[in-house]
Design a protein around this ligand. Sequence first.
Ligand SMILES: Cc1ncc(COP(=O)(O)O)c(C=O)c1O
Length: 343
Amino acid sequence: MSPAHLDPPALLDRLSREPRAALCHLPTPLEAMPRLTAALGGPALYVKRDDLTGLAFGGNKLRKLEYLLGAAVADGADCVVTCGVPQSNHVRQTAGASAKLGLECHVVTLKGRVAKDDAAYLTSGNALVTRLLGAVAHEVAWSGDRNGAIEQIAADLRAAGRRPYIVPYGGSNGRGALGAVHAACELVGQIGEMGLEVTALAHCSGSAGTQAGLGVGLAAVAPEIRLIGIDIDAEPERVLGDVRRIAAETAELLGLADTLGDIEFDVRAGFAGPAYGVVAPETVEAIELAARCEGLVTDPVYSGRGMAGLIGLVRGGEFEAGEAVVFLHTGGTPGLFAYPDVF
Ligand SMILES: Cc1ncc(COP(=O)(O)O)c(C=O)c1O
């Protein structure tokens, strides 16, 4: 195990040099999950409640948006352009954050990534809240290119005299991941206050910014904590490549690229079901177990898959009984209402 390069206040000091918009209720709680721990008979399990970041039903994307939209405001932007599937949590949170900051939010809605076209999927849950928040929707067919269409919408807005700020798919780039660096600092502080010896942090990983930022943060201040990203896209190689690329950008922004060098990342495959947005039986079992043991609500596309990964790793003997493992609940609960048939 390598020693910490910085202490949390020193890392927070570097973060404080970047523009930031206050959007989240922080710190989010860190709580024990004693009944889930007992049900699984494994390590002591804890949950870091980033589903409770607050604005517009909360979630992990708000942490990224503090830094992304902080930069948008500093740049004098008057509108935001982002993209996502109809049930995107990222789009919902971007629409909420934009509303709060008085920025018009343009959303490229990518139709067809998930082969679901029922009314619940297309209009309830995140889709309903995004409409309510006043986002301007531009529908585009999914081509596999996540960010292509936002450039065109931004160009059209510029041609009309506007000043758009582009927020990439999932809010995942080096700047967005600063929010997850901040989360890592916050968590390490809470672990210290609670006198815990946490050995691992597990969470679901998709557009990769969360894992990249957590990895940079932990490598800097708590390298003894293992970070395990659970692939929820059924594309573990792509996720790992994106995590590495974004982490390098984030470390560069913080002036830590040379200090941290190449960080090793762990992206776990096998818990994503057949494809993004297709609900596997293990995910339903995990969602029900967490709900019935802890009253903890997770969703079928993101946090429930992460929970299925955590449960699968515990059952598979990944951790010793004496370890303490934190699950980062990244939010996504409005997505539950898009899958009424599953429950
Ligand atoms: C609820 C939820 N959890 C986790 C993630 C994954 O985070 P990241 O995209 O930073 O990998 C997302 C991304 O959309 C999400 O909406």
